[in-house]
Ligand binder design. Structure first.
Ligand code: SAM
Length: 230
């Protein structure tokens, strides 16, 4: 993968970026996503934020090698700390991390979201944490998609400001994904059911304490709920 030949996962994230928005890509690693978007003529200005020195230097190197230093400002810092009000950022992308980490980055940086109208988030796991954060902070899901690449399944959530209410089922599965029930969605949740069932089988082979019992019941409830919604 490079900035011109992006993974399907990042291409799908890119497809949700609106023309001429100012982008902050947090956890940018090689800055492939902002480089791709500038080359594609979708945006002309972006910030690439990184908190780890190696990926930060890779992002700097990539931006330099693509002659995009005028367009993409690579900044070292934790989460939304790299965003300043005067940047007038309209869109934030955070991709390739766990849902709880993405939610914690947004929570810690929520004061930086005043100019932002779109969040495009690609959690590798536990998208539910993002949906819970969105409800609490009054962001609503306007789009969701799911894709498979190299045997891994990824969800992408697009949020805009606004209130939303979700049922427990929608929180876990995604309100739009649940309606669409795509083949990849079905594959993801069949895999999850198998994994939960595997854990239940293991719990059946150890002494039954109250903790074991409640874990078993929690997993059995999830299996029954999700099986019904496939
Ligand atoms: N966004 C790229 C993608 O989707 O291909 C890179 C994903 S990589 C797995 C996650 C990156 O996020 C790493 O480079 C890591 O250093 C960075 N990261 C993790 N926590 C971060 C934080 N709090 N602030 C900024 N960057 C962070």
């Amino acid at each position: 993968m490079n900035a011109k030949n992006l993974s399907e996962r990042l291409k799908t994230v890119a497809s949700f970026v609106e023309k001429d928005t100012i982008l902050a890509d947090i956890g940018s690693d090689h800055a492939y996503l902002p480089c791709y978007l500038v080359h594609a003529g979708i945006i002309s200005n972006a910030i690439a934020g990184e908190v780890v020195k190696g990926p930060f230097e890779s992002a700097q190197k990539q931006v330099k090698s693509e002659n995009l230093e005028e367009n993409i400002d690579v900044r070292f810092g934790n989460g939304l700390e790299v965003v300043k009000e005067e940047d007038n950022v309209g869109t934030i992308t955070i991709a390739g991390m766990g849902g709880p980490l993405i939610a914690s980055i947004l929570e810690a940086g929520k004061k930086k979201l005043s100019t932002v109208d779109t969040l495009i988030l690609q959690p590798n796991i536990h998208a539910k944490a993002i949906r819970e954060w969105a409800i609490k902070e009054k962001w609503k899901i306007v789009n969701e998609t799911i894709l498979e690449e190299h045997d891994k399944i990824y969800e992408i959530l697009v949020l805009k400001k606004g209130k939303m209410e979700l049922t427990d089922e929608e929180l876990l599965l995604g309100p739009i994904l649940l309606k669409e029930k795509s083949p990849v969605y079905k594959k993801k949740w069949k895999n999850e059911i198998n994994e939960w069932q595997r854990i239940i089988d293991q719990l059946n082979n150890i002494p039954l304490t109250t903790d074991v019992q409640s874990k078993k019941e929690e997993l059995q409830t999830k299996v029954a709920l999700v099986r019904e919604l496939l």
